[in-house]
Design a protein around this ligand. Structure first.
Ligand code: GLP
Length: 269
């Protein structure tokens, strides 16, 4: 896999946004042949979304022919709840760009039949032509989407129970009260993410240092589900210096050396 170690969050976010915009433009998408983009929530992608919004508003990239699939959503939270992922995506991305409403897909955590909702979500991804690029973040325990430790490495979209660790981490958005964080969520599976043509994971900040070490320097392991990226043909981790604190000096030097050009140049638009 590729690992790009940028100096800080701002540089990382700008590079991710330009990379995504370049991919969309390379495809030259049309209504019959859209660019299909997988998207995360959380604080990690916020900088990338801000930069993509700027590029869209500056006319550098259009989302007219982009179809999106979000990774996950809490079960039972109204879409209008400020902590629902529907609300997050609207506020932080969708309402600022030129994407047609019908191109946006987010799992419905209020569907009457959740198992069916998950099944249909998978079918919709396939019908859309499959995900071209899946952008993601990672939890402090190394989870991708809501694929918590112990998740099947070949899992598909389904209902997952959140670990106490995740509920404590996410309680910062729920009055610091873990009991207010929903106990379950709908999430794409690791198999769903692995089926994308390309997967790009943002890992930033000291809090993610242990996860980055496990994902990069240890073997593929269901207790650190982000390590599945090692098996992807086109996996990219985009991180900042802070997140590398638990990596070997040699690992950091190696990836900085082979990615030197891309660390110094933004993809052209
Ligand atoms: C949640 C989301 C993940 C996200 C993780 C980290 O658990 N389901 O998709 O990667 O949080 O969030 P943050 O980027 O805020 O650290």
């Amino acid at each position: 896999m590729r690992i790009l170690i940028h100096k800080d969050y701002e540089a990382l976010s700008r590079w991710c946004a330009y990379y995504i915009a370049r991919k969309i433009k390379d495809k030259n998408p049309s209504p019959g042949n859209p660019f299909v983009l997988g998207l995360p929530t959380g604080s990690s992608p916020v900088g990338t979304y801000k930069e993509l919004i700027r590029l869209n508003q500056a006319g550098k990239v259009s989302f007219q022919n982009v179809v999106t699939f979000n990774m996950d959503e809490y079960v039972g939270l109204p879409e209008t709840h400020p902590q629902s992922y529907h609300y997050f995506m609207e506020e932080n991305f969708f309402r600022h760009i030129d994407i047609p409403r019908e191109n946006i897909n987010i799992p419905n955590g209020n569907a009457p039949d959740l198992a069916r909702e998950c099944q249909e979500y998978e079918e919709k991804i396939v019908k859309s032509g499959g995900i071209g690029l899946f952008l993601g973040g990672i939890g402090v325990d190394g989870h991708l989407a809501f694929n918590e430790p112990g998740s099947s490495l070949t899992s598909r979209t389904r209902i997952k129970t959140l670990t106490l660790d995740t509920r404590i981490a996410n309680s910062r958005f729920f009055d610091n009260d873990p009991s207010k964080v929903p106990q379950t969520a709908l999430t794409v599976g690791l198999g769903t993410i692995m089926s994308a043509q390309e997967v790009m994971i943002i890992i930033n900040g000291y809090a993610k240092a242990r996860a980055l070490h496990q994902v990069v320097e240890q073997g593929v392991n269901h207790m650190w589900t982000g390590s599945m990226l090692q098996l992807h043909r086109y996996g990219i981790i985009v991180c900042d210096e802070e997140a590398t604190m638990e990596l070997k000096v040699g690992t950091v030097k190696y990836f900085k050396d082979i990615e030197q050009y891309d660390l110094e140049h933004l993809p052209e638009l």
